[in-house]
Design a protein. Structure first.
Length: 184
């Protein structure tokens, strides 16, 4: 049998087989995954269990408008909290905000369930002198606070607004929000 005419294809086929097996095994032979993390015993807690935010003056009915229209209907306030036992930088901590007892949230407007005034409040999350409307989804929202050791403040603004297109009536308006720190 004359092997000489078939010699080149046999050698070429064997060479390609070696190259493809070698390439396949080198690529899929092993992989390294590095996972890094840290554990802390740090905690944060609100320094007051109840806090009242009160407008110092009454607002005339005709001056109550939609969200973001009248700056004079906004007042700033801060929620104080204390963090301790942190040893290094940690990510911000989530604060869940939802309606408290006798309060409802609809269209980002916070109002008492029984509301003869047809007015509501809107809540703003403030960071570095910039405030943005807190958007509620199904009556719940989240904001984030910085961690690290010591007493800290989370800044907000609250705005007196119309609940809907109905006329605003005189009366007292009281709504309750529940804030919960989510410890990682």
């Amino acid at each position: 049998m004359n092997i000489k005419p078939h010699f080149k294809p046999i050698i070429l086929g064997a060479l390609l087989t070696c190259i493809s097996f070698y390439g396949y095994s080198a690529v899929d032979d092993s992989a390294v995954v590095i996972v890094k993390g840290s554990v802390t015993k740090g905690t944060c807690a609100f320094t007051l269990s109840d806090q009242t935010v009160k407008f110092s003056q009454s607002t005339l009915m005709q001056n109550v408008d939609e969200i973001g229209v009248k700056k004079e209907n906004k007042i700033p306030f801060s929620v104080n909290y204390l963090c301790q036992d942190y040893v290094d930088e940690t990510p911000d901590m989530e604060v869940v905000i939802k309606a408290g007892s006798g309060t409802q949230i609809a269209n980002n407007k916070i109002s008492p369930v029984n509301n003869p005034t047809n007015a509501s409040f809107a809540l703003y999350d403030c960071k570095n002198d910039h405030c943005s409307l807190v958007n509620f989804n199904a009556g719940t929202s989240s904001v984030y606070i910085t961690t690290g050791n010591g007493n800290k403040n989370k800044d907000f603004e609250v705005e007196l607004v119309k609940k809907d297109s109905s006329a605003v009536n005189p009366g007292t308006l009281k709504a309750i929000l529940s804030l919960t720190l989510i410890q990682p």
